[in-house]
Design a protein. Sequence first.
Lengths: 1110, 278
Amino acid sequence: MTHKKYNYSVIALLTTLMLFLYLSCNRDLVDPKLATFPTTSEVFIDGFSAGLNYSAFGGSNVSAFDVDTEVKYKGPAAMRFDVPDSDDTRGAYAAGVFHAEGGRDLSSYSALTFWAKATESVSIDEIGFGFTFEETKYATAIYELSVSTGWNKYVIPIADPSKLNAERGLLYYIDTPEDGKGYSFWLDEVKFEKLGTIAHPKPAISDGQDQVVQAETGDKITIDGLSSIFNLPNGADQRVELGSGYFTFLSSSTSVAMVDELGVVSVIDSGTAVVTAKLGALDASGSLTITSVGKPIQPLEPAPIPTISPDSVISMFSNVYTDVKVDTWNPFWEFSTAEVADVKIDNDDVKRYKKLNFVGILTESEKIDATEMTHFHIDIWTPDPTDPPAAFKVLLVDFGADGNFGGGDDASHELSFTSPTLATEAWVSIDVPLSNFAGLTNRSNLAQLVLSGDLKNVFVDNVYFYISGGDTGLTAPEMAAPTPKQDAADVISVFSDTYTNLEGTNLNPDWGQATVVTEVSIEDNNTLLYTGLNYQGIELAMSQDVSEMEFLHLDFWTANSTALNAFLISNGPVETAYALTVPTSGWTSLDISLSAFSPVDLADLIQFKFDGNGNIYFDNIYFHKGGGITSEPIDAAPNPDRNAANVISIFSDAYTNVEGTDFNPDWGQSTIVTTEDVAGNNTLKYANFNYQGTQLGSTQDVSSMEFMHIDMWTADATVVQVTPISIATGESLFSLTPIAAGQWNSYDIPLSAFTDAGVSMNDLHQLKFDGQTGTNPSNIYLDNIYFYKEGSVATEPTEPAPLPTQDAANVISIFSDAYTNVEGTDFNPDWGQSTMVTTEDIAGNNTLKYANFNYQGTQLGSTQDVSSMEFMHIDFWTADATMVQVTPISITTGESLFTLMPITAGQWNSYDIPLSAFTDAGVSMNDVHQLKFDGQTGTNPSNIYLDNIYFYTEGGGMITMPTEAAPTPSLDSADVISIFSDAYSNLPGTNLNPDWGQATAVSEVTINENNTLLYSGLDYQGIQLENNLDVSGLTHIHIDYWSANSTALNVFLISTGPVETAKALTVPTSGWVSLDIPLTDFTQVNLADLIQLKFDGNGDIYIDNIYFRK
Amino acid sequence: MKWNYKLLNKTILLSALLFTIWGCSDDDEIIERNWQIVWQDEFEGSAGQSIDESKWTFDIGRGPNEDGWGNAELQYYTDQTTNASLDGSGNLAITAKNESFAGSSYTSARIKTQGVFEHAFGRFEARIKLPWGSGIWPAFWLLGSDIESVGWPQCGEIDIMEYRGQEPNIVHGSLHGPGYSGESPITKSFGFENNRFDVDYHLFAVEWDEDYINYFVDDILYQQIRPEDVPGEWVYDHPFFIILNVAVGGNYVGFPNSGTSFPQTMLVDYVKVYQAVD
């Protein structure tokens, strides 16, 4: 189950739908039996089954699931899932788990089944069962399950039911929008079933392939591609993705690789092992061959920690420094065999190269200007022999002023290193003056570092350029920390010259730390210095309630710390860490939201703590609220919700941006442009911003757009202007106002602001932002820079309604090109309506249009008996209607309006209305002579299009057969007079098939060795007793009956006369129905003088245990 | 031999009877019948061996009009042993394959007893394990021997078993004759609620006499067709021959699709024909 990664953090939804029944716990002390779990099959039939809970996936739209009482397949309700649009700020996908509290024993079932439909033809990404947030080994799912607009039944087979004897995951789904657009789908009648109609399982691992992987000792390799094909009841092969728990795995050589019960292979030694699997007794196709080289040789210690001040370094790779952007550590150049992996040696990040012949390390997109630098540094470690002439080579390539490879201005030089510089199984620091790269005549556009030589296995760390002997030792700040600006009334201060600090605070409690704590004065400002930090506490004199505060403010400065955390501690102790970014370049001022320290009790704060390493200066440690302006946004910019089709985006995570855009062209600005991750959202940061250009990847015609959108955040800027730049007509600055500091500002600038100033919108190639009119650089954050137009909805369909799929034999059609319609129907009888009815040709398909629609009748050409149908189907399209109702009209029993829900404007909506919606309201279906549609409850006429109005049934005309015999009667034979039963002596001489001219075919069939009477194609059928029978001393007649397809069935008793009375039996049945009918129900029949029994009705009926009893 | 089901003896009472007037006669008993075998093939032989040519002949190609045997079927029928041969375990295997052959995308086989064995009345049965998947259309059926002189449907057609691979739990028994052929035969279906016809063998049979044809699955009578049930002429009074085939696609079953796996094989344990011994 590895094809998608989701955040499994759980958001449990407690809705009123979920009744948690906490039973009292007065149990007996010991239950000697093995715990068993209920075998309940229902998941969701007419509502949640008992003990079922719902949890949404983290990051998904938690309101995606609801119970729908309008649209449903059967019964009062169905499950509805609203898959959000991809830009939905509440979560851009729908995913959740329905889990049973105590687990269920599903071992007697063979499949999860349900009915489903959707607002349009879609595929559900993943749907199945056996999945909870805690346990996925029995996960079973169909990926990309296609669901159409009509109700259909779906079957997900259980690969091995015997495994599911305590399963909590009864249903789960994951679904993302298609092409960015959301939709809804419904599930109903969700249950586990034992189906005998699933066959031919074909299990597979590794997607059925014989895969080979190279490995080394210690590697863990998870066998994936676990699935089985099943042939479903419809004859189609269906691949079902499976968790590993269903399989048993086998390694051909357990001394090389072991495989656990979850299919995780642990490589133990060198050699070859083949892992195969079985699903139950079936061999799975596919295998995984592990070819292990044995133990890898790698450094035991990290590379030496660099000591050069960050101010003097341009780092490509180091945990100590902030690295510049490296495009790739392996561009897979032709003929290169190199493989690179990120590994950790003692928590230090290291690049591990294998099969190295040569490899490029590229900084082509943001070239390195190393003009100021004097040295190049790289640490390497190799397990390979380094005896001469083995060499390790370093090539630096500068692309020159043109910024491109070639062009006559490139410069490069390669240095080759051999023993004794090189050593085997030891860190080697190669640290050379850039002047040694004699051919590298300029280094302001360094684009490639190429490593090559004879060492096949090389671990690489600390790749950087630096200024030797320069300002390497800046170990203390030259300036004081910035003076805080908060109003003292809003502050609780621990350490600051600006405020009154809490009294009695111990800045150096003895907690056994190694840290040396001093206070130093910088520019006459008291500053706290931690030297050689391992950890350090600050103890408040008494517990403080800071729950009224919003932020913890810290100023800190460090040149050499590579790890630093701040902790708040409440009584308990309860502590939470917050990681600080180090080393700093100058003072870092931080306002940390106090919510970041949850679950620390802010009302009962007792201590601070810092841990990490290096020398750190602190100042202005205080809590504050209100007026606090953070120096950087904490929250992401608002997520745009415009339809992507109406957007041309330059910079936004929500849209596809214009490709190839350069956000930092060199126009001489002071601005430093970076892309920051703000709460998971890419945000453009302009630091030291005076002005800044953007070079679009291609010239854009935005003349069809209406607005330019910009989100901006700033703590200090007061004037910010923007302009798109046209190739032909230049620019015109527009001021973003108002600017609210410390929060996201959203601007929607009408493009007329630019076009009115003569800037054309059909040839934009650049954007420009201007800050403070070029003076006093500020810092701003930008996001969601895009052009857009307001969407509009079509007023008439361009596509035909979906083609119906029902078999014509099961349909009574009123209006559809797909079927023969009831003849002579008048689609526009004059009932006083305002509606104008026309038939429109929509893409070759006849479609009914109701314009100016208030209500509209249809007079059928003839009265229709649709009582054998199950559903009324309607396809419906509108741009403006929000409420449409429909009813068939019975001659005798009138009408009952049904509301078509939901309505999605601008697309075809398909409805399958169970006829029970009408019959439950008392409208009979055997004499339908009219239809009526009602719009907007008669007010505000709208325009709608209708198609495929028909009644249908899903039933075919087949006999199905019970799988079990009728229940065996238990009454004492002395109390029974039996006509037909294996359990009793039957009356002799009874004729089970007297020829009364009936069409019914009668046979006796054996079901589980039990004789059963089968009436096939019943019209009527008699049973002739040999002698007149007196049952007046008895009270009931018992009948067991079973029918999958009968819709009418009566049983008659007949006495001499003949006098007969009917009793209606409920059909069709689900399983055997055992009925004891009081003989008094057969009024007028002389119970002392019975001569015959009779059945009439239709369908195929199995009957057993016909007897009279008392 | 005896059978474990009971057959109804039908006597047409000339007078119109009220249901409730009962004239009990001996004719109304459920009776048992005895059968004597007249023809059979148990398909014994070694694996890969072709069919017994003293009992069967092949139909080859796409039909006399090159139109998929009148049904737009997709397969080309061959006499290759890859399409029809014994399986060595006492079964005939008719295999539909997804392979290009003579302009068709599928091959399969259709064998018949025409000109070799033709018979009127009695019991025709075959024990068969069916293939599966959308677009797979196997059949066990009879055609009137006078087809070449009177044509179809005048010759009559008795479909003992037809099956759509997308409904592996349902088989169909049909009768095609003049006035009720093609899309409007007399037909009925038999289905399992919780079983399929492609996981084990099942016995398909008709019992045919001058005034009725009874259809059975595993000796369950599920359809009786009598002369008064057909809207045209009752033409089942002369010898018929037997056909076994697996078609792919066509009007009756629809196209195979991505969910259909190939090859697909129909295994026939035996075909037997009996006449009644009274």
